[in-house]
Ligand binder design. Structure first.
Ligand code: KG4
Ligand code: ZN
Length: 341
Protein backbone atom coordinates (compact mmCIF):
# COMPACT_ATOMS: atom_id res chain seq x y z
CA UNK A 1 0.00 0.00 0.00
CA UNK A 2 1.53 3.26 -1.15
CA UNK A 3 0.37 6.81 -0.45
CA UNK A 4 1.48 9.37 -3.03
CA UNK A 5 1.40 13.17 -2.97
CA UNK A 6 1.58 15.38 -6.05
CA UNK A 7 2.13 19.15 -5.70
CA UNK A 8 4.40 20.03 -8.62
CA UNK A 9 2.15 22.70 -10.13
CA UNK A 10 -1.39 23.89 -9.39
CA UNK A 11 -3.11 20.62 -8.46
CA UNK A 12 -2.91 19.27 -4.94
CA UNK A 13 -3.41 15.51 -5.22
CA UNK A 14 -3.22 12.47 -2.96
CA UNK A 15 -3.71 8.80 -3.89
CA UNK A 16 -3.49 5.44 -2.14
CA UNK A 17 -2.64 2.49 -4.36
CA UNK A 18 -2.50 -1.18 -3.39
CA UNK A 19 -0.13 -3.05 -5.67
CA UNK A 20 -0.03 -1.86 -9.28
CA UNK A 21 -3.71 -1.20 -9.82
CA UNK A 22 -5.76 -1.37 -6.63
CA UNK A 23 -7.10 2.17 -6.33
CA UNK A 24 -8.05 2.69 -2.70
CA UNK A 25 -8.28 6.47 -2.65
CA UNK A 26 -7.82 9.23 -5.19
CA UNK A 27 -8.28 12.97 -4.56
CA UNK A 28 -7.46 16.06 -6.57
CA UNK A 29 -8.02 19.63 -5.43
CA UNK A 30 -7.55 21.86 -8.44
CA UNK A 31 -6.50 25.46 -7.94
CA UNK A 32 -7.26 26.26 -11.59
CA UNK A 33 -10.06 28.67 -10.67
CA UNK A 34 -7.78 30.62 -8.34
CA UNK A 35 -5.02 30.92 -10.95
CA UNK A 36 -7.52 31.70 -13.72
CA UNK A 37 -7.78 35.20 -12.20
CA UNK A 38 -4.12 35.75 -13.07
CA UNK A 39 -4.22 34.04 -16.47
CA UNK A 40 -1.67 31.44 -15.39
CA UNK A 41 -0.12 29.68 -12.42
CA UNK A 42 1.42 31.95 -9.75
CA UNK A 43 4.03 29.81 -7.90
CA UNK A 44 3.73 31.52 -4.53
CA UNK A 45 -0.06 31.28 -4.58
CA UNK A 46 0.14 27.60 -5.59
CA UNK A 47 2.52 26.81 -2.75
CA UNK A 48 0.37 28.49 -0.11
CA UNK A 49 -2.74 26.71 -1.30
CA UNK A 50 -0.98 23.32 -1.29
CA UNK A 51 -0.04 23.94 2.31
CA UNK A 52 -3.61 24.84 3.28
CA UNK A 53 -5.28 21.95 1.44
CA UNK A 54 -2.85 19.03 1.80
CA UNK A 55 -3.50 17.94 5.43
CA UNK A 56 -7.25 17.71 4.75
CA UNK A 57 -6.70 15.89 1.47
CA UNK A 58 -4.45 13.26 3.10
CA UNK A 59 -7.04 12.66 5.84
CA UNK A 60 -9.90 12.45 3.32
CA UNK A 61 -8.00 10.02 1.09
CA UNK A 62 -7.21 7.74 4.05
CA UNK A 63 -10.88 7.84 5.03
CA UNK A 64 -11.99 7.04 1.48
CA UNK A 65 -9.51 4.13 1.39
CA UNK A 66 -10.64 2.90 4.77
CA UNK A 67 -7.05 2.41 5.91
CA UNK A 68 -5.08 3.74 8.83
CA UNK A 69 -1.80 5.56 8.42
CA UNK A 70 -0.01 2.55 9.99
CA UNK A 71 -1.14 0.34 7.08
CA UNK A 72 0.73 2.41 4.49
CA UNK A 73 3.97 0.65 3.44
CA UNK A 74 5.50 3.45 1.37
CA UNK A 75 5.10 7.21 1.16
CA UNK A 76 5.84 8.80 -2.19
CA UNK A 77 5.92 12.33 -3.57
CA UNK A 78 6.78 14.10 -6.79
CA UNK A 79 10.26 15.53 -6.27
CA UNK A 80 10.45 17.23 -9.68
CA UNK A 81 10.36 18.72 -12.18
CA UNK A 82 7.99 21.48 -11.10
CA UNK A 83 7.73 24.72 -9.14
CA UNK A 84 10.24 24.66 -6.27
CA UNK A 85 7.98 26.15 -3.60
CA UNK A 86 5.12 23.89 -4.66
CA UNK A 87 7.21 20.69 -4.77
CA UNK A 88 8.61 21.44 -1.33
CA UNK A 89 5.17 21.24 0.28
CA UNK A 90 4.37 17.73 -1.00
CA UNK A 91 7.88 16.35 -0.51
CA UNK A 92 8.15 17.66 3.05
CA UNK A 93 4.75 16.23 3.94
CA UNK A 94 5.50 12.78 2.47
CA UNK A 95 8.93 12.62 4.09
CA UNK A 96 7.47 13.67 7.43
CA UNK A 97 4.79 11.00 7.23
CA UNK A 98 7.35 8.38 6.17
CA UNK A 99 9.64 9.30 9.04
CA UNK A 100 6.79 9.36 11.54
CA UNK A 101 5.54 5.93 10.45
CA UNK A 102 9.01 4.39 10.06
CA UNK A 103 8.39 3.62 6.36
CA UNK A 104 10.52 4.35 3.28
CA UNK A 105 10.08 7.53 1.27
CA UNK A 106 9.89 7.04 -2.51
CA UNK A 107 10.95 9.93 -4.76
CA UNK A 108 8.99 10.02 -8.01
CA UNK A 109 9.79 11.99 -11.13
CA UNK A 110 6.67 13.74 -12.41
CA UNK A 111 7.51 12.88 -16.02
CA UNK A 112 7.92 9.21 -15.18
CA UNK A 113 4.43 9.44 -13.65
CA UNK A 114 2.97 10.77 -16.92
CA UNK A 115 5.02 8.35 -19.05
CA UNK A 116 3.92 5.19 -17.28
CA UNK A 117 0.26 6.19 -16.86
CA UNK A 118 -0.92 4.48 -20.10
CA UNK A 119 0.07 1.17 -18.47
CA UNK A 120 -1.68 1.85 -15.16
CA UNK A 121 -2.47 -1.39 -13.34
CA UNK A 122 0.13 -3.49 -15.16
CA UNK A 123 3.22 -4.90 -13.47
CA UNK A 124 5.35 -4.88 -16.64
CA UNK A 125 6.20 -1.90 -18.82
CA UNK A 126 6.73 -3.17 -22.39
CA UNK A 127 9.31 -1.61 -24.75
CA UNK A 128 7.63 1.34 -26.47
CA UNK A 129 7.87 4.94 -27.62
CA UNK A 130 6.39 7.45 -25.20
CA UNK A 131 4.90 10.82 -26.17
CA UNK A 132 4.33 13.09 -23.17
CA UNK A 133 2.29 16.17 -24.09
CA UNK A 134 1.34 18.39 -21.18
CA UNK A 135 1.21 22.02 -20.13
CA UNK A 136 4.86 21.96 -19.15
CA UNK A 137 6.42 19.33 -21.42
CA UNK A 138 6.53 17.89 -24.90
CA UNK A 139 8.79 14.85 -24.93
CA UNK A 140 9.49 11.74 -26.95
CA UNK A 141 11.20 8.85 -25.16
CA UNK A 142 12.29 5.39 -26.13
CA UNK A 143 11.32 3.19 -23.17
CA UNK A 144 13.00 -0.20 -22.76
CA UNK A 145 11.07 -1.09 -19.61
CA UNK A 146 10.59 0.42 -16.17
CA UNK A 147 13.52 2.74 -15.42
CA UNK A 148 15.04 2.48 -18.92
CA UNK A 149 14.42 5.76 -20.66
CA UNK A 150 16.20 7.35 -23.57
CA UNK A 151 15.18 10.86 -24.50
CA UNK A 152 14.66 11.13 -28.27
CA UNK A 153 13.36 14.66 -28.52
CA UNK A 154 11.65 17.51 -26.76
CA UNK A 155 10.35 20.99 -27.39
CA UNK A 156 13.06 23.60 -27.76
CA UNK A 157 10.71 26.36 -26.55
CA UNK A 158 7.00 26.17 -25.56
CA UNK A 159 5.28 22.92 -24.62
CA UNK A 160 2.27 21.88 -26.71
CA UNK A 161 -0.17 22.56 -23.85
CA UNK A 162 1.51 25.90 -23.17
CA UNK A 163 0.93 26.87 -26.83
CA UNK A 164 -2.75 25.94 -26.45
CA UNK A 165 -2.99 28.00 -23.25
CA UNK A 166 -1.19 31.05 -24.67
CA UNK A 167 -3.19 31.12 -27.89
CA UNK A 168 -6.39 30.68 -25.87
CA UNK A 169 -5.39 33.69 -23.77
CA UNK A 170 -4.85 35.77 -26.94
CA UNK A 171 -8.31 34.73 -28.08
CA UNK A 172 -9.81 35.78 -24.74
CA UNK A 173 -10.71 32.21 -23.77
CA UNK A 174 -10.57 31.04 -20.13
CA UNK A 175 -7.54 29.26 -18.61
CA UNK A 176 -6.60 26.41 -19.09
CA UNK A 177 -7.25 27.03 -22.75
CA UNK A 178 -6.60 23.63 -24.32
CA UNK A 179 -10.04 22.33 -23.49
CA UNK A 180 -11.74 25.48 -24.86
CA UNK A 181 -9.80 25.43 -28.14
CA UNK A 182 -10.57 21.72 -28.54
CA UNK A 183 -14.28 22.45 -28.01
CA UNK A 184 -14.46 25.44 -30.37
CA UNK A 185 -12.36 23.70 -33.03
CA UNK A 186 -15.01 21.01 -33.44
CA UNK A 187 -17.20 23.50 -35.31
CA UNK A 188 -14.31 25.01 -37.24
CA UNK A 189 -12.59 24.47 -40.57
CA UNK A 190 -9.00 23.38 -39.94
CA UNK A 191 -7.95 24.23 -43.51
CA UNK A 192 -9.17 27.84 -43.34
CA UNK A 193 -5.87 29.34 -42.17
CA UNK A 194 -2.36 28.03 -42.89
CA UNK A 195 -0.33 28.30 -39.69
CA UNK A 196 3.29 27.00 -39.70
CA UNK A 197 4.21 23.39 -38.88
CA UNK A 198 7.53 24.24 -37.23
CA UNK A 199 10.33 21.67 -37.43
CA UNK A 200 8.13 19.21 -39.30
CA UNK A 201 11.06 18.38 -41.54
CA UNK A 202 13.89 19.05 -39.10
CA UNK A 203 15.12 15.48 -39.36
CA UNK A 204 15.10 14.98 -35.59
CA UNK A 205 12.45 14.41 -32.96
CA UNK A 206 12.50 17.87 -31.41
CA UNK A 207 9.52 20.22 -31.43
CA UNK A 208 8.98 23.99 -31.49
CA UNK A 209 5.66 25.72 -30.87
CA UNK A 210 6.77 29.28 -30.17
CA UNK A 211 6.82 30.30 -33.86
CA UNK A 212 3.30 28.99 -34.32
CA UNK A 213 2.12 31.03 -31.33
CA UNK A 214 3.78 34.16 -32.74
CA UNK A 215 2.26 33.52 -36.15
CA UNK A 216 -1.21 33.34 -34.55
CA UNK A 217 -0.48 36.55 -32.65
CA UNK A 218 0.44 38.46 -35.87
CA UNK A 219 -2.67 37.09 -37.50
CA UNK A 220 -4.90 38.22 -34.62
CA UNK A 221 -3.31 41.68 -34.47
CA UNK A 222 -4.78 42.36 -37.91
CA UNK A 223 -8.22 41.92 -36.33
CA UNK A 224 -10.76 39.11 -36.73
CA UNK A 225 -14.50 38.52 -36.57
CA UNK A 226 -15.85 36.56 -33.60
CA UNK A 227 -17.50 34.05 -35.90
CA UNK A 228 -14.03 33.14 -37.19
CA UNK A 229 -13.04 31.87 -33.72
CA UNK A 230 -13.83 28.19 -34.44
CA UNK A 231 -11.85 28.33 -37.71
CA UNK A 232 -8.86 29.97 -36.02
CA UNK A 233 -8.95 27.39 -33.20
CA UNK A 234 -9.25 24.48 -35.63
CA UNK A 235 -6.44 25.77 -37.88
CA UNK A 236 -4.09 26.39 -34.95
CA UNK A 237 -4.91 23.03 -33.36
CA UNK A 238 -4.31 21.23 -36.67
CA UNK A 239 -0.82 22.73 -36.88
CA UNK A 240 0.07 21.44 -33.38
CA UNK A 241 -1.45 18.02 -34.03
CA UNK A 242 0.22 17.57 -37.43
CA UNK A 243 3.71 17.94 -35.96
CA UNK A 244 2.97 15.74 -32.91
CA UNK A 245 1.55 12.99 -35.11
CA UNK A 246 4.35 13.08 -37.69
CA UNK A 247 7.15 12.86 -35.12
CA UNK A 248 5.50 10.32 -32.83
CA UNK A 249 4.63 7.98 -35.71
CA UNK A 250 8.12 8.31 -37.15
CA UNK A 251 9.69 7.46 -33.79
CA UNK A 252 7.34 4.52 -33.16
CA UNK A 253 7.70 2.91 -36.58
CA UNK A 254 10.35 0.43 -35.44
CA UNK A 255 8.87 -0.56 -32.05
CA UNK A 256 5.19 -0.45 -33.12
CA UNK A 257 3.92 0.50 -29.69
CA UNK A 258 3.23 4.12 -28.81
CA UNK A 259 2.04 5.42 -25.42
CA UNK A 260 0.56 8.92 -25.14
CA UNK A 261 0.09 10.81 -21.89
CA UNK A 262 -0.29 14.30 -20.38
CA UNK A 263 -3.12 16.82 -20.50
CA UNK A 264 -2.97 17.38 -24.26
CA UNK A 265 -3.57 13.65 -24.88
CA UNK A 266 -7.23 14.48 -24.13
CA UNK A 267 -7.35 16.52 -27.33
CA UNK A 268 -9.93 15.00 -29.65
CA UNK A 269 -8.21 15.94 -32.89
CA UNK A 270 -4.91 14.45 -31.66
CA UNK A 271 -6.74 11.24 -30.76
CA UNK A 272 -8.36 11.08 -34.20
CA UNK A 273 -5.32 11.90 -36.30
CA UNK A 274 -2.80 9.88 -34.30
CA UNK A 275 -5.24 6.96 -34.15
CA UNK A 276 -5.66 6.99 -37.94
CA UNK A 277 -1.95 7.40 -38.69
CA UNK A 278 -0.98 4.58 -36.32
CA UNK A 279 -3.60 2.24 -37.72
CA UNK A 280 -2.20 2.84 -41.20
CA UNK A 281 1.34 2.10 -39.98
CA UNK A 282 0.40 -0.91 -37.86
CA UNK A 283 1.35 0.84 -34.64
CA UNK A 284 -0.64 0.12 -31.46
CA UNK A 285 -1.46 3.23 -29.43
CA UNK A 286 -1.98 3.17 -25.68
CA UNK A 287 -3.62 6.31 -24.30
CA UNK A 288 -3.38 7.30 -20.65
CA UNK A 289 -6.76 6.68 -18.95
CA UNK A 290 -8.82 9.90 -19.05
CA UNK A 291 -8.60 10.48 -15.28
CA UNK A 292 -4.79 10.18 -15.36
CA UNK A 293 -4.05 12.64 -18.19
CA UNK A 294 -3.86 15.93 -16.32
CA UNK A 295 -1.82 16.08 -13.13
CA UNK A 296 -2.91 13.58 -10.48
CA UNK A 297 -1.40 11.52 -7.68
CA UNK A 298 -2.47 8.10 -8.99
CA UNK A 299 0.14 8.19 -11.76
CA UNK A 300 2.73 9.18 -9.14
CA UNK A 301 1.60 6.29 -6.94
CA UNK A 302 1.80 3.86 -9.87
CA UNK A 303 5.36 4.95 -10.76
CA UNK A 304 6.18 4.81 -7.03
CA UNK A 305 4.96 1.22 -6.73
CA UNK A 306 7.16 0.23 -9.71
CA UNK A 307 10.11 1.90 -8.06
CA UNK A 308 9.41 0.28 -4.71
CA UNK A 309 8.96 -3.21 -6.16
CA UNK A 310 11.69 -3.34 -8.83
CA UNK A 311 14.72 -5.27 -7.62
CA UNK A 312 17.85 -3.20 -8.09
CA UNK A 313 15.88 -0.07 -8.92
CA UNK A 314 14.50 0.65 -5.47
CA UNK A 315 16.73 3.65 -5.00
CA UNK A 316 14.82 6.33 -3.26
CA UNK A 317 16.74 9.27 -4.65
CA UNK A 318 18.17 11.84 -2.28
CA UNK A 319 14.69 13.03 -1.31
CA UNK A 320 15.52 16.57 -2.34
CA UNK A 321 13.35 18.55 -4.69
CA UNK A 322 14.51 18.84 -8.31
CA UNK A 323 12.61 21.74 -9.86
CA UNK A 324 14.65 21.90 -13.05
CA UNK A 325 14.10 19.98 -16.16
CA UNK A 326 17.11 17.75 -15.82
CA UNK A 327 16.09 14.13 -15.88
CA UNK A 328 19.63 13.01 -15.14
CA UNK A 329 19.36 14.43 -11.63
CA UNK A 330 16.71 11.95 -10.71
CA UNK A 331 17.51 8.80 -8.78
CA UNK A 332 21.16 8.35 -9.58
CA UNK A 333 20.85 8.82 -13.31
CA UNK A 334 18.36 6.03 -13.98
CA UNK A 335 16.52 8.47 -16.16
CA UNK A 336 18.67 9.52 -19.07
CA UNK A 337 20.11 12.99 -18.93
CA UNK A 338 18.34 15.40 -21.26
CA UNK A 339 20.62 17.08 -23.79
CA UNK A 340 21.22 20.74 -23.03
CA UNK A 341 19.72 22.71 -25.91
O1 KG4 B 1 -0.60 17.25 -17.81
P1 KG4 B 1 -1.06 18.59 -17.41
O2 KG4 B 1 -1.89 18.71 -16.17
O3 KG4 B 1 0.10 19.64 -17.38
C1 KG4 B 1 1.37 19.54 -16.85
O4 KG4 B 1 1.69 18.59 -16.12
O5 KG4 B 1 2.14 20.43 -17.24
O6 KG4 B 1 -1.89 19.18 -18.63
C2 KG4 B 1 -2.44 20.46 -18.66
C3 KG4 B 1 -2.36 20.97 -20.08
C4 KG4 B 1 -2.87 22.39 -20.23
O7 KG4 B 1 -1.94 23.12 -21.01
C5 KG4 B 1 -4.19 22.22 -20.98
O8 KG4 B 1 -4.50 23.33 -21.78
C6 KG4 B 1 -3.91 21.00 -21.81
O9 KG4 B 1 -3.17 20.16 -20.96
N1 KG4 B 1 -5.14 20.31 -22.24
C7 KG4 B 1 -5.53 20.22 -23.52
C8 KG4 B 1 -6.77 19.53 -23.52
N2 KG4 B 1 -7.06 19.21 -22.23
C9 KG4 B 1 -6.05 19.70 -21.46
N3 KG4 B 1 -4.96 20.66 -24.65
C10 KG4 B 1 -5.61 20.42 -25.80
N4 KG4 B 1 -6.79 19.77 -25.87
C11 KG4 B 1 -7.41 19.31 -24.77
N5 KG4 B 1 -8.56 18.66 -24.85
ZN1 ZN C 1 2.13 17.07 -15.48
Amino acid sequence: MLLAIETSCDETAVAILEGYGGVRGHRIASQAEIHARYGGVVPEVASRNHLAILPHLVRETLREAGVGMEEIDYFAATTGPGLAAALLVGVSAAKGLAMGCGRPFVAVNHLEGHMLSPFFGESEIPPHISLVVSGGHTLLFRVGGFGEYELLGRTIDDAAGEAFDKVAKMLGLPYPGGVEIDRLAREGDATKYAFPRSMLKSGDWNFSFSGLKTSVRYFLEKGFETEELPNICASFQEAVVDVLVAKAVDAARAIRLLAVSGGVSSNRRLQEKLGEACEKEGITVRWAPAALRTDNALMIAYAGVHRALSPGRERWGDGDIHPNFDLGEFSGGEVEKAPVL
